[in-house]
Design a protein around this ligand. Structure first.
Ligand SMILES: C[S@@+](CC[C@H](N)C(=O)[O-])C[C@H]1O[C@@H](n2cnc3c(N)ncnc32)[C@H](O)[C@@H]1O
Length: 246
């Protein structure tokens, strides 16, 4: 059984990168939803095909023959929808593909806010370098800006301030500087705002050693790895979180 439902591969085609094919099992494992429910949620995105095609075109026009760095934009949408996450935090935006799909999920949820932190890369040969004349989040449609709090600068400085202002973090995505120490720092910073059921995600875990699984274990969470990528996630289990919060 592949878990394929009509329309989903159409989304991947519209975005122009086979890496984006959603992993239904992964989303189901993290949310507790059935694969059928995950597929139905993803189907909602077929109404946004034009927007998705525009993201592909914008990247190609800017000289990128691949759309982005996050391998799972559609999965992020489904995770936002199926958990009903309200306060989302991500580090690492670049052109804004992950941000766009989080924001689409929040729009459809009818509430919530995405807090994104990015220290733009403007020089060098990194694939995440902004094209000349572009700013962080340049593919995020302006119609989605209402729920978006974008802060520019190093997460070392900005994340502690942001977390201090938030009451809780329902979903956290690390996609900034992929070193073990930096990932540990970001996870330790958001930890006081995690609650039972919060979802914690990290990309490029092949570069961050044991930092992610160790953090998950410290909270009693079970790590699920996304297929064909280095993106991993876990939910904060209710019992452990309840004990931690007294
Ligand atoms: C892999 S890209 C993010 C990709 C994005 N999530 C997407 O979906 O396309 C990483 C981004 O993090 C930024 N970055 C690197 N180090 C950072 C740091 N210490 N704090 C905040 N952002 C950082 C990079 O400049 C780049 O814009």
């Amino acid at each position: 059984m592949t878990g394929r439902l009509p329309g989903r591969s159409g989304l991947t085609e519209a975005l122009g990168d086979p890496r984006a094919e959603p992993d239904l099992e992964w989303v189901a494992a993290l949310t507790g939803a059935t694969k059928i429910a995950v597929g139905r949620t993803l189907e909602e995105l077929t109404a946004r095909t034009e927007l998705i095609e525009r993201i592909r075109t914008q990247h190609r026009e800017a000289g990128r023959d691949f759309y982005a760095q996050i391998p799972a934009p559609f999965d992020l949408y489904a995770l936002t929808r199926l958990t009903g996450a309200s306060e989302l935090v991500e580090t690492g935006v670049s052109s804004g593909v992950s941000s766009t799909f989080f924001l689409l999920g929040l729009e459809r949820n009818g509430g919530g806010r995405l807090h994104s932190i990015d220290m733009p890369t403007r020089t060098g040969t990194s694939p995440v370098r902004l094209p000349p004349g572009k700013d962080t989040g340049w593919v995020v449609p302006s119609a989605l800006n209402g729920r978006w709090d974008l802060q520019l600068g190093p997460s070392e400085a900005l994340l502690p301030e942001l977390v201090h202002e938030l009451r809780q973090v329902d979903l956290f995505l690390h996609d900034s500087l992929h070193t073990p120490d930096h990932l540990r720092f970001e996870l330790a910073t958001v930890r006081p705002r995690l609650r039972p059921g919060s979802l914690v995600l990290a990309d490029n875990t092949n570069w961050t050693g044991r930092a992610f699984p160790e953090f998950a274990r410290s909270l009693g969470g079970k790590v699920f790895a996304r297929r064909n990528s280095q993106l991993q996630g876990f939910r904060v289990p209710p019992a452990r979180a309840a004990r931690r919060h007294g």
